[in-house]
Design a protein around this ligand. Structure first.
Ligand code: ZN
Length: 474
């Protein structure tokens, strides 16, 4: 029998605010434990929270980018439970009146087709502390407690691990574009709970779902989901009932394990937070925030294809990072060929960034300098291998491509007379290869071109070399 999986995500995103959600403590990552704390975020009795309006603005902006309905009236609620990293014994969250409702994200499936994943809601809440375990004892770091989080809840619209990954990638891109979050996974800026269930193909009702808690890498989500869906199918086939439960992913063993039976909303005894006023947003306020809505990744891709005539694939690669897209556009505006600019950035520049763990902002070559190099190739002043050589020099120290070519005497030899001399030399010195070519071995021509290029110290125009050799040998 064929099975269909249904996956829904609850993604926790750390909002890019300077201070915590209910107090003035900084949100900077990596400080020594318990140095960014105060009575409010430590949960002292009687300490009063005060709402950080920037957290609301960023969440509303996200809602607008994701096509949500913004609730003019929403409120904060207490979610009651005990855990050592949360000494108040309740987390301030939003229950029945979240900031945003509905919306969706269009993803591209592995086969290239598009699909919209519907959002249920977006609400804000505070993060909790972090348990730390040492050899002889355990401790809690409260620096993270009270960090503003936005929780994005989806409908169970994803059909498996690939679609869940595509959703997370698309969401991450949009949030980065909007300046909503640093979306740095290493620093825990994006974590998610993953709900999944399986049902026989053709059956309408969803199967019983399980939840995987606190996944903090996209790769982990993909591996855990692939395992979990296969596990559920195997159990259903065996006739074992799937239990509604919370499971955890053991990354080393590559399996999911039962943690506890799934809690229901009523277990948390939600009630309205009495220390915070409801959030009331006027349409004028929402409209004002909407004015700074950025161009979304999908819109930018379409515009890049339209404005620069580059393939959709290129636009997808280049727009995945806003800074790289900016770098490309600045280069393409000055280069004679936008496609050449795209090729250089997608291959040579991005490879360097990966190799040296750099961001595009740290690259010494400016877009104008890269365009200068591209234009030398377009004008046939230098060939591609020479351009790569010049690129290396520019990458190390920046500088003007034309000046480097001039100083190093790298300009391509397009003078037929000079190339003819090298061609004659190569033919004279490689009698056997010449005979091979004349005997019908096409590959021998490549070897001869190589010889000519060597004699010219890489400066001969390869197109001319090819033409001349063919003419002389025919
Ligand atoms: Zn604080």
């Amino acid at each position: 029998m064929n099975y269909v999986a249904n996956v829904g995500l609850e993604v926790h995103v750390q909002l890019r605010t300077k201070t915590k959600i209910f107090c003035g403590c900084p949100t900077t990552f990596g400080a020594p434990p318990n140095t960014h704390v105060c009575p409010v975020c430590l949960g002292y009795p009687g300490a009063m929270p005060a709402m950080n309006s920037e957290a609301i603005r960023l969440t509303v902006l996200s809602g607008l980018m994701l096509g949500c309905k913004i609730n003019p009236y929403s409120k904060m609620d207490r979610k009651n439970y005990y855990y050592p990293d949360m000494p108040k014994n309740y987390q301030i969250s939003q229950y029945d009146q979240p900031l945003c409702l509905g919306g969706g994200i269009e993803i591209t499936r592995p086969d290239g087709t598009k699909k919209t994943i519907r959002l249920t809601r977006i609400h804000i809440e505070e993060d909790v502390g972090k348990n730390m375990h040492f050899a002889a004892s355990s401790g809690i770091d409260f620096n993270r407690a009270g960090t503003p989080l936005m929780e994005i809840v989806t409908e169970p619209d994803m059909a498996g691990a690939d679609e869940a990954m595509a959703f997370l990638e698309a969401l991450k891109e949009i949030l980065a574009y909007g300046g909503i979050s640093d979306v740095n996974l290493e620093e825990g800026n994006m974590r998610c709970d993953v709900n999944s269930s399986v049902r026989p193909a053709g059956q309408e009702t969803l199967g019983t779902k399980t939840e995987l808690k606190n996944m903090n890498t996209f790769k982990g989500v993909h591996r855990a989901l692939s395992y979990e869906i296969a596990r559920q199918i195997a159990d259903v086939e065996k006739g074992t009932r799937i239990r509604q439960e919370t499971r955890r992913w053991d990354d080393l063993a590559g399996i999911t394990l039962t943690m506890r039976s799934k809690e229901e909303a009523h277990d948390y005894r939600y009630f309205p937070e009495p220390d915070l006023l409801p959030i009331v947003l006027s349409q004028a306020q929402i409209d004002e925030w909407a004015q700074v809505l950025p161009e979304l990744p999908e819109q930018r891709r379409a515009r890049m294809v339209r404005d620069y005539g580059i393939p959709e694939y290129d636009a997808g690669v280049l727009s995945a990072d806003q800074d790289i897209a900016n770098y490309f556009e600045a280069t393409a505006k000055l280069a004679q060929s936008a496609k050449a600019a795209s090729n250089w950035i997608m291959t040579t520049v991005l490879a360097k960034l990966t190799e040296l763990h750099l961001t595009i902002g740290e690259v010494k070559i400016t877009p104008a300098q890269l365009a200068g190099l591209i234009n030398l190739v377009e004008a046939k002043t230098i060939n591609i291998p020479t351009a790569k050589e010049v690129f290396e020099l520019m990458f190390a120290q920046g500088g003007d491509a034309a000046a480097i070519v001039q100083a190093k005497g790298l300009a391509q030899v397009s003078d037929t007379g000079a190339i003819e001399k090298f061609v004659d030399e190569a033919i004279a010195a490689n009698a056997k290869t010449v005979a091979d070519y004349k005997g019908g071995k096409e590959a021998a021509l490549k070897a001869l071109i190589g010889q000519v290029m060597k004699l010219s110290k890489g400066k001969a125009n390869p197109g001319l070399v090819n033409d001349l050799l063919k003419r002389k040998l025919s």
